[in-house]
Unconditional design. Sequence first.
Length: 202
Amino acid sequence: MIPADLGKAARAGRTQYVLEQLATHGFDVNAQVEGEAGARMTLLSCCCCEIGGGQLALARALLDMGADPNLFRDEPLRAPLYNVVANPSWVYTAAHGIGEADYEMALLLLNAGADVHLGSEHGLNPLVETIRCFERRDRHTRRPYLHLNSRKIVRLLLRSGVALDGIDDALQRVEDELEFRRRTGDSERPPHYTASKNLICD
């Protein structure tokens, strides 16, 4: 079992500290992290929760050390790839969408053999969660590159053979939200949403 404080360090992208602790104490890189609200999380899962440059570097190092992106497939889990697109940093920052680092992390995990079908304990898969990001937007900055990265991840997941389970409901949720906004005077559609939808429906 890996101590909870090391999981927090992984979330914060403290690459050097995490690697030093692994070397000093001989922790198994694929061991479960303590105190993750009942879900079985590894250090790799933790560093995929709030992504920046530090987390990306740490994930690369953990994978090089043998971290498995597909552990605990039969347990309640938010898998690393799912964590990338269900990024909790939406809650804490003004950037309500997927950033460039998220795309780079998704690409890294898929290249390392991440299973595109593994999602959350609630049965959501990475594609569904990526589409749901189009419901979110920053009312102040409207930064379109965030949605561009969502489209890039949709394309990446489709090329990797992701299942389309639940995607119709996810698209309908976005359409319902856009219709509600239209009726309240906001007719702007999220950049790249239509292109992402077409990628899926073609």
